[in-house]
Design a protein around this ligand. Sequence first.
Ligand code: ADQ
Length: 735
Amino acid sequence: MLALLTCLALVAWGAAEVFNRQALAWAERDVVMRARLVASAVAPSLLHGDGKDAQRQLDAMVRDERLMGAALCLPDGRQEAASDGFPAAHGCATLPAAALQAGEPGWDRSVLGPAGALHLTALPVSDGRRAPRLLLLVHDMSYVDRRAATTRRYTFLAFALVGLLGAVAAGLVARLSWISWTTQLRKVLLSPFRSSAAKAPRRFQPLLSDVRDLVSTLAAEEARAESGWTPERLKQVLRSQLGGEAILVVANREPYIHERDPAGLGGVRVVHPASGLVTALEPVMRACSGTWLAHGSGSADFDVVDARDHVRVPPDRPTYDLRRLRLTPEEERGYYYGFSNEGLWALCHSAHTRPEFRSGDWEQYQLVNRRFAEAVAQEAGAPDPIVLVQDYHFALLPRYLRELLPRATILTFWHIPWPSAERFGICPWEREILDGLLGSSIVGFHTQAHCNNFLESVDRYLESRLDRERSSVVQGGRETLVRAYPISIDWPSRLADGTAPAAECRAAVRRELGLPEDALLGVGVDRLDYTKGIEERLLAVERLLERHPRFQGRFWFLQVAAPSRSTIEAYRALAERVEALAARINERIGRDGWRPIILARRHHEPPAIFRLYRAADLCYVSSLHDGMNLVAKEFVAARDDLRGVLVLSRFTGAARELTEALIVNPYDIDASAGALAAALDMSPAEQGERMRSMRGLVAELNVYRWAGKMLLDATRARRKERLATRLGGAPWSAS
Ligand code: ADQ
């Protein structure tokens, strides 16, 4: 259109120029002809009388409005007579010699006067008796300029109109032929692929083969996307799809905590927190680099940071930045212990602990979410960073961040279950939480069931458009995808190489625990949390020993429990109950120094836990409700000897993937005890078969795939948003 209009403007300008030049030439010719006519008509009478007569006649001549003056010149350039007001600047004395000596047909020239163009004509006049004179006529030609301007205006208007009509017509024709072309093409593409190639019109043949190539490339890509995820591939996705952009992670928990030495010797030690989120995300950050923003909760955290509160981690081989935020005790109490853990954690897990919501905690939650959003905006090096928001501590952050960085790609992952819409309604700020999350480009959960619950909650509590087919929510013209990304662990585990083989771990751990070499050992590894079903687990062990006395004196169950959120009453009470229960069982069933339950209520570093997995005959994960549960996957990853049995609660996300585990209902103590017995009796061959299959699955569905799939979806969302911004439409309208 622009090219067409530019061409038309140029043509209009050229045409107006040519026309005006021609009009000027015509006007000059007219003027000369008129002058000749006048000269031949007045010559006899003009030369007949005296100077006064001549003057009178010349005055009479200039009554014509276009004739500005007339004069009679002598051949030597003196002026004999001139009309009244003859322009002195163009008098007889100014005529060049060529004009004075010109005979027939005379001399003429165009000049520029103060009020516009003038035309001078000098024509010889003679009556045959006296010496010939020159009749000098000055014509006003400014009307030609006026006409030229008018002509130019009309030409432009005419061409503009033609241009507009032409553009509209061209647009319509293009649209109609595009519609007919695409209709034909769609027909060809939508008919069964093979037969379409044969029937397709000739002009579509090359296109069809391109489409076929594209489809097979995409299929191969898709297949590749499902498997073979490694840190290198994740890096490559970042480089190729996201231009190598650094990632910003926001999580409450930091991956490394610096603690002052408890001995008070002034040293600082690094602790790896017991957290599924950290277990999953830390290897991803090692691969991607970037910045992890978290609450600096360690006693020496701010002793080791720089002026911007940054510290490079991992300490042994730094690859990314950790930015620590300070929280006041009041903020930590309200935002973390109060709203996040007494409120949302209890709300999202069906584990019979009543959620507590207090408006004071809510205020702190909003405040801390805003502070983290501002910190992310500070850390972002571009207006469109990729931000991975982690967990229920930051439900409001996506919306706050969207206000600060409207072009950011925000991926929010909810690591815990999402309750039914009805249960979610217990939260007094249910709308604000949902709206906050919908500031994200993508909201991720472990399972499709949690996605469905989330969509139902949005449907029930918010004004928005739900696209169930795309599994997305459109609010205010912006689409948020809701997707299931089952989380996992790194594979191969970086702990695998550094840990002794299973047989050695087995012997060493039994030695350290003071157990006989052939002791049967079960393990449970958790944060001390009421959702993990630790009491049910110990009751199942008790029942196993009651029902199957052959294991008495031969079987021990080691429960490793990291203290967690211990300022919350429900957690303190749980710790006491677990302690008391272990003591009661040991008291009731134990004999001759055999105490079946070993309770290790403390934090263990990851290599120590990995060693325990390798040493155990079984691992029992008995969560009453768990988003995924990474302990189950870690146990499988540790067992490269293809031995050991996983007993797994059906209420974990992991149970949907690890179907070769012995799946139990942890509330059913008898059945769980039966599963434990079956695990201890299982033949090595069956153990190997089950373990091989589960290992294949965890290897395939590792954490790099989890991050990679999310980032690939983010890339698509990002491209779509950019395209929609360019096209000026809503992101969801460009499919
Ligand atoms: P968590 O509730 O923390 O995670 P989980 O997935 O089991 O639960 O991960 C716990 C992690 O802590 C594991 O890596 C484990 O090795 C470690 N750990 C457990 N006990 C420990 C101890 N005594 N000492 C040291 N480390 C210990 C949340 C959700 C889960 C979800 C994860 C990841 O509740 O459902 O799987 O996030 O999304």
